[in-house]
Design a protein around this ligand. Structure first.
Ligand code: NDP
Length: 451
């Protein structure tokens, strides 16, 4: 048995039995037999089961939020927010999937042409720990509704919330052939990918995504990925400086910066830089740091204590190259905590402006023009999101237009919506969840040509 440790006080939250090659094989042995020929076959039954799951998921909110806070250190108010906001995603898929996967006639005439959809089959969903409900359900809900079997391996840092999701789905009417839970770490993830699967949806770091792409190379399996980011935001002089500074501080430090689309780089127009930095620092200094189970906590410990070394190295590298630490900069005396850290006088020769930090740290750089901001925003191997704060929306659009990112934000940041696709470019991924694209991700289109 593997112990699950609370990153706040190092207490044991629970224990899980990791899968072995034999148990993984046994769990998926019969799954394929139950996959329908067409994605719409028996859809009503799956919709009814999903409706029961949707209710149960919200009924269990306090248990789920507390479990998430104990496993990962996410403040309980933010865990609750994640669960509540998942409801709109489930509702969206329940409404959209039936409409989108319906068979349709495309042309009529001597040769009639039609379009229908088939499930991919057994879809492996390997997932990260930072938003296990959001990123788990982004795949699980549309994939199950479209008739697939889902083989879910959550992160070793959140196996208990994975067990809860499994229990809720099974109790709601999905069978153990439709939703299959695999517990374990990277090794078990690799074993799962060796099986006869038909699709992979991976959410995690670009390094693991690359390893999985290599492992899957040569197999005709649909592989899709949501990976890391180094997301920039540019603040022009044409804004309410205090409000934008407060919004961006939240975008950078929410969930201790452990969000794929956390703001990781800020560029600010020189004419407002001093005022912006002063409001930003004041906001960060108000963040309440402490016990994740306390409703008033805003910043908890990092989920993986090992990330502290990455953050320390980024601060050290930046300071050696001329950066100024205006607040934070060090690991806190408590295990797993890192002080919310703001660096100014940064540049792109520093790792803090190039490599994903995934922690409570931000570099703020002053720029002289929109062109300079645009060039710096594009200077990254990642392409998840980029944002501009400016009251002139056309100017913001013009700055964002050439950037290769899955999402462009204007006057918002760190935001994901069920109604539009969530997708990355460059090292930030391949494929989409959410939006219509997040439904088509889990089916094969099929054309019918009938004379
Ligand atoms: P990892 O890449 O470390 O792990 C992701 C998942 O992959 C975990 O379940 C992990 O298991 C598993 N895994 C690790 N190695 C292998 C392997 N060789 N084969 C198969 N599976 C493997 O990422 P984190 O969990 O640390 O998540 C943080 C990262 O996720 C950040 O880079 C973040 O930006 C990104 N992310 C991206 C999102 C997006 O939408 N673009 C959303 C959320 C996060 P285990 O953890 O048990 O070792």
């Amino acid at each position: 048995m593997q112990q699950v440790i609370n990153p706040f006080d190092q207490s044991v939250v629970g224990e899980v039995q990791y899968d072995t090659l034999d148990t993984i094989k046994a769990k998926i042995a019969t799954a394929k037999a139950f996959i329908p020929a067409e994605a719409t076959d028996d859809l009503e039954e799956r919709l009814e089961a999903m409706a029961r799951f949707r209710t149960r998921f919200q009924d269990d909110i306090e248990k789920a939020a507390s479990l998430l806070a104990s496993q990962t250190g996410k403040p309980v108010s933010q865990a609750r927010g994640e669960i509540q906001a998942s409801d709109a995603r489930i509702a969206y898929f329940m409404e959209q999937v039936p409409a989108l996967i319906q068979a349709t006639t495309v042309t009529e005439g001597a040769t009639q042409e039609e379009k229908s959809y088939q499930p991919l089959g057994v879809v492996a969903n390997i997932s990260a720990w930072n938003y296990p409900f959001f990123i788990g359900l982004n795949v699980i809900v549309p994939a199950l509704l479209a008739g697939n079997a889902v083989l879910y391996k959550a992160s070793e840092f959140c196996p208990l919330t994975a067990e809860l999701i499994a229990e809720q789905l099974w109790d709601s009417g999905f069978s153990r052939d439709q939703f299959i839970l695999v517990q374990g770490g990277g090794k078990e993830g690799q074993m799962l990918l060796e099986q006869d699967i038909n699709g992979v949806f991976f959410t995690g770091s670009s390094a693991t995504g690359t390893a999985i792409a290599k492992q899957m190379a040569g197999r005709m399996v649909k592989v899709q990925m949501e990976l890391g980011g180094k997301d920039p935001s540019y603040v022009t002089e044409n804004v309410d400086v205090k409000a934008v500074a407060q919004g961006l501080a939240d975008g950078a430090f929410y969930n201790a910066g452990q969000s794929c689309c956390a703001v990781e780089r800020i560029y600010v127009h020189q004419s407002i830089a001093e005022e912006f930095i002063s409001h930003f620092k004041a906001e960060v200094e108000c963040f309440k740091f402490g016990d994740p189970q306390d409703d008033s906590t805003y910043l908890g410990p990092l989920t993986r204590a090992a990330q502290i070394e990455v953050l320390q190295a980024q601060v050290q590298d930046a300071v050696e190259k001329g950066a100024t630490v205006i607040c934070g900069g060090e690991a806190d005396a408590r295990t797993g905590f890192f002080q919310p850290t703001v660096l100014t006088h940064v540049n792109h020769g520093m790792s803090v402006m190039q490599e994903e930090s995934f922690g409570p740290i931000i570099g703020i750089m002053t720029v002289e023009s929109d062109e300079e901001a645009q060039r710096l925003m594009a200077d990254t191997e990642y392409g998840l999101t980029a944002g501009v704060f400016c009251q002139d929306q056309q100017r913001a659009r013009d700055i964002l237009k050439p950037l290769k990112t899955g999402t462009a934000y204007i006057n918002v940041c760190d935001r994901v919506s069920p109604y539009v696709p969530w997708t990355g470019r460059k090292q930030s991924g391949l494929g989409s969840t959410l939006g219509h694209e997040g439904v088509f991700a889990f089916v094969h289109p099929r054309s019918w040509q009938i004379r």
